[in-house]
Design a protein around this ligand. Structure first.
Ligand code: FRU
Length: 495
């Protein structure tokens, strides 16, 4: 399908007029995706007035990146979602070329969005190619938003901080501490490496620059996009999406990275003292995650289940891009783990359980050969060198994960019949682990694989040419015991 740009229609009218034309062969059953057109980063993820709100970077008129709008969905339970009208679109001089990424927060019964207004400039030597500012929009009903007369409320403080020539300055994320608001914003140093700046406010409208909160050291990229300050289980982390980190052996093979640094915020200086950068997902497709605080205090996270400049075959079908399932952030054994949000079990319908069994050769089960669903199983590798799980479709396209017990290495392979290419990504569990649990969310064009309750996560898009699927379990040199093996059919997240 090719959608023609019809600027005379509002974004919502355009969606309504074109929704039926979308080819749904790869359209997700239980992931958030745009009805029509393009989406990238999750935005404004927050709980307001009894509901979760999730927005996303959205271009309605074509299934490719364009002047950014904010798509919007809401949910009472984090599982079943309702579509809402497009919340923001470029209509002011300060956001003329896009309402870029940002956050949402409740204050005094109102819902505030703080987002980046993006304006392109004609590049001239020695001058920036853009103006990026942070802008407020406010709502009383959580659906209709009015941009503040005070916009822009945060400008790049060039007189206080040295910055790269192009004045990258975007993706604000607010949190509260000690009766004040803090916002972290992605930026670039004068040396054109990534940094994040922290601002503070009493009322969300008047902001003061505090300090450079953290900045790149060594191979940590030329720009830090989508920073988040996250609090969970009594620990703190800076989550960021650095652009331009170079591959280091088996690490950082995607175009851009998303990861976290555990640490401690010093509110007096505005400096975040931190440990090393660690990826949050080791697969092919994960970017720009955003966190939200659940009413019960858990820290939730949603990411974009795509990667910039990767092939996105669903563009031919009139839509493009999807979110990950919501995940939780926890602290376990000095590390961040990100299991799927506990609410997701509410999606489970029919269950196909296997009794405790020993796998001695390649095995597949008819009931597990479904297009969408969730697989959970515990494996004991004591008597084998390892285990491979294959997710095959049409039996030419294949995603496999191989776990090697001795080294703890996990290799994710994605083979595409269309491109004839096989690519790999790597992750590590502690060496020698014999008991490994696996949980997989399989949707029409994606797989999210969680090992040991989110100790390692690997996510990937996957474009089978047919709806025919099979899951194959393959013990490597020996036999593997499987316990609690269940495949669940999952219901759709939209009514
Ligand atoms: C990250 C990003 C953000 C920006 C948005 C624009 O994927 O580049 O930095 O706000 O996408 O769509």
């Amino acid at each position: 399908m090719t959608t023609t740009k019809q600027e005379q229609l509002t974004p919502d009218e355009f969606i309504a007029a074109n929704e039926a034309k979308v080819n749904k062969r790869w359209y997700p059953c239980f992931h958030i995706a745009p009805r029509v057109g393009w989406c990238n980063d999750p935005n404004g993820f927050a709980y307001f007035d009894g509901q979760y709100h999730l927005f996303y970077q959205h271009y309605t008129y074509e299934p490719k990146w364009g002047p950014m709008h904010w798509g919007h969905v809401t949910s009472k339970d984090l599982v079943h979602w309702e579509r809402q009208p497009v919340a923001l679109f470029p209509d002011h001089p300060y956001d003329a070329d896009g309402c870029f990424s940002g956050c949402g927060i409740e204050k005094d019964g109102k819902f505030y969005l703080l987002y980046t207004g993006h304006v392109d400039l004609l590049k001239k030597p020695g001058q920036p190619d853009r103006i990026e500012t942070q802008n407020l929009a406010v709502s009383t009903d959580g659906v209709h938003f009015t941009k503040s007369d005070k916009n822009p409320v945060i400008k790049l403080p060039v007189e206080q901080v040295s910055t790269g020539e192009d004045h990258h300055f975007r993706d604000p994320k607010i949190w509260q501490h000690g009766g004040r608001y803090y916002a972290v914003v992605g930026a670039q140093t004068a040396e054109e490496t990534g940094q994040v700046l922290v601002f503070t406010s009493e009322n969300l409208e008047d902001w003061q620059f505090k300090h450079v909160m953290a900045k790149a050291e060594g191979n940590q990229g030329f720009m830090w996009e989508c920073p988040n300050f996250a609090e969970f289980d009594g620990h703190e982390a800076l989550i960021l999406s650095p652009q331009g980190v170079k591959p280091e052996g088996k690490l950082y093979r995607n175009l851009h990275q998303s990861g976290s640094m555990l640490g401690k915020m010093d509110y007096t200086s505005g400096i975040f003292y931190h440990d090393d950068f660690k990826l949050l997902d080791y697969g092919f497709d994960f970017y720009a995650p955003q966190v939200a605080q659940a009413p019960d205090g858990r820290c939730l996270m949603v990411g974009w289940l795509n990667m910039w400049e990767s092939a996105m075959p669903e563009q031919a079908d009139g839509w493009c891009g999807q979110m990950t399932v919501p995940r939780e952030l926890h602290y376990r054994n000095d590390k961040i783990v990100t299991p799927p949000a506990k609410e997701l079990t509410a999606l489970r319908e029919e269950a196909f359980a296997k009794p405790d069994m020993i796998l001695t050769e390649e095995t597949s089960f008819d009931e597990w050969s479904q297009e969408t669903g969730e697989l959970t199983a515990d494996f004991d590798l004591t008597e084998a060198r390892g285990l491979a799980l294959h997710f095959a479709a049409g039996f030419d396209d294949e995603v496999s994960v191989r776990i090697e017990k001795e080294s703890g290495e996990i290799v994710l392979t994605r083979k595409s019949a269309a491109t004839g290419r096989a690519e790999e990504r790597f992750a590590k569990l502690p060496a020698g682990q014999e008991k490994i649990s696996v949980r997989v969310y399989e949707d029409r064009s994606s797989l999210e694989i969680f090992f040991n309750g989110g100790e390692v996560v690997m996510s990937t898009r996957f474009y089978p040419k047919t709806a025919e699927r099979v899951i194959v379990l393959e013990p490597q040199e020996g036999s593997v015991r499987m316990k609690n093996g269940v495949f669940y059919k999952l219901s759709s997240i939209f009514a």
